[in-house]
Design a protein around this ligand. Structure first.
Ligand SMILES: C[S@@+](CC[C@H](N)C(=O)[O-])C[C@H]1O[C@@H](n2cnc3c(N)ncnc32)[C@H](O)[C@@H]1O
Length: 493
């Protein structure tokens, strides 16, 4: 008798019995049945279909089990499962799961066959694929292992042989599975959200967009929830791709946690997910909080930083490398050093001796090249903690805040500038107002699951035009308004 609870019990027992080191070496984070069922539910109807299912990195077969349950309930004509699992310790429970799937299919009158492949999926599958020695799967369901792969590893070479350039096992598994699918074949995977942005995953995003249509994507709003027992810290997403299909609207859904008790779904035009003209092909995921106001603001604040003549850089002074040049007192030949602890009500207040960090830096041959010319800038904190409400914390730096021809900006900040020079004061103030809005903060969260805000994230964000920044900036005195007022001015929430 098929019982998904038994599979859950086995999964928990194995997770408890497996040393953390072994789990982390093989990226073994098993999917709870509630998520597995949600994933299986994302495929198009299965009735009367002859299915060849690929489960790569199958573990004890939780995903295949959920898929078989659905295939049987919809009377699929046949189900042929190929489960790839390198860890032989998983094979016995995996075999038991596959046997249960067979019984289930038999109960609904469908044919069933299965096999377990114990080789390394990347190495062996890449070889089969490259030599055209396999029957293309019609469906793939994956919770792949997460692990970096180094550029000279055997994995990387095998992947390159198939035209896949990627630096993590999870994206490698998805890429290979996608390439191997039949035309019109479907893939559902749960992975970290990290592939949605960042230069390392750009080739992977390009591959997804070139080979398939993104039909659905589900976001877990709170960290760690999807794999509570296994302490996975990144945000996760589940997505559904159809190979060779034409891209239409995307169903973006979200839930607070893995109980899926309050799922909200929004049909999103594709050009709100990947913005037109974005060479980085970042995936923006607007979830439940998206409203009409958000949509309107998204359409209005659509400019790239570059497009409005501004730029952003990481603060150039790495203070621990410059330690010998840092000073606590001002003096001739010294420039102000600006850190995020100088932020106060959206402006840089300098100096701050109570912070017990040097407020100045000696100007000499070694330090000069890391400094920026005097002027107005927007400084943005790069690091925040998970608990903090906001990711983007901006402050305006004005020349009145600290005198000198040069300024040292700490490396744990980002600096918005105009061709490495200061901005007009109103533009800087308007920009700080925009960056301080809930709208901008939420926009950033759509594509970044990290607590860090890097220059790349700031470039991926979209902005109002320069006139709007100017108008807003004129209303700002020497402190930013409170959150509520900022949100009223910027709108979008
Ligand atoms: C994140 S777990 C997911 C297991 C299962 N799909 C689930 O959802 O419960 C990934 C699985 O991939 C297996 N694995 C890791 N590297 C592999 C490789 N190179 N080839 C095949 N399987 C691998 C691990 O042993 C682990 O069982």
């Amino acid at each position: 008798m098929f019982d998904i609870q038994t599979i859950d019990d086995r999964r928990e027992a194995i997770a408890l019995a497996t040393p953390a080191k072994h789990k982390s070496a093989l990226g073994q984070f098993m999917t709870p049945s509630v998520i597995a069922r949600f994933m299986a539910g994302m495929f198009a109807p299965l009735a009367e279909k002859s299915i060849r299912l690929l489960d790569a990195g199958a573990g004890i077969g939780s995903l295949t089990a959920a898929f078989a349950e659905r295939a049987a309930s919809e009377s699929a004509a046949s189900l042929q499962c190929e489960a790839w699992e390198i860890d032989t310790k998983m094979h016995e429970p995996l075999r038991a799961t596959l046997a249960a799937c067979g019984a289930l299919m038999a109960g609904s009158g469908g044919a069933f066959r299965s096999s377990i492949q114990s080789e390394d999926f990347i190495l062996a599958f890449a070889d089969l694929f490259a030599h055209d020695k396999m029957a293309a799967p019609t469906h793939a369901i994956l919770n792949p292992p997460y692990k970096k792969i180094s550029s000279e590893s055997a994995h990387r070479h095998a992947l390159r042989g198939c035209g896949v350039e990627t630096a993590n096992l999870y994206s490698a598994f998805v890429a290979l599975a996608l390439l191997s699918l039949d035309d019109g074949g479907e893939l559902v995977a749960i992975t970290p959200r990290s592939f949605c942005n960042g230069p390392y995953f750009r080739p992977f995003r390009e591959l997804i967009l070139a080979r398939s249509a993104l039909m659905k994507i589900h976001v877990f709003e709170s960290r760690t929830q999807a794999f509570k027992g296994d302490e996975v810290l990144q945000e996760n997403v589940i997505f559904h791709l159809v190979k060779g299909a034409k891209q239409g609207q995307v169903a973006v859904s979200s839930s607070e946690d893995s109980t899926f008790s309050a799922v909200s779904t929004r049909e999103t035009p594709f050009n709100e997910i990947v913005l037109p003209g974005d060479r980085e092909k970042i995936f923006h995921l607007a979830t439940s909080e998206a409203t009409d106001a958000t949509t309107r603001a998204t359409a209005r604040y659509c400019h790239t930083l570059d497009g409005i003549g501004l730029g952003v850089s990481t603060g150039p002074v790495v203070d621990f490398r410059m330690r010998e040049h840092l000073r606590t007192e001002p003096g001739p030949g010294r420039a102000p050093m600006v850190y995020s602890h100088h932020f106060e009500h959206g402006f840089v207040k300098h100096p701050k001796p109570e912070a017990k960090k040097p407020d100045y830096i000696e100007i000499n041959e070694e330090t000069r090249k890391w400094m920026m010319p005097a002027g107005c800038y927007v400084v943005v904190r790069r690091l925040s903690s998970k608990e903090e409400k906001r990711r983007i914390v901006p402050a305006v730096f004005t020349p009145e805040a600290a005198h000198g021809d040069l300024i040292g900006f700490d490396n744990k900040t980002n600096i918005v500038h105009a061709f490495k020079n200061g901005l007009p004061a109103e533009v800087a103030k308007g920009m700080a107002l925009y960056l301080g809005s809930s709208f901008a903060d939420r926009w950033l969260r759509r594509f970044s699951g990290h607590t860090q805000v890097n220059a790349g994230d700031m470039r991926a964000l979209r902005y109002p035009d320069i006139e709007t920044l100017h108008t807003w900036g004129r209303t700002v005195g020497n402190r930013l308004p409170n959150q509520e007022e900022i949100d009223q001015i910027v709108g979008g929430v």
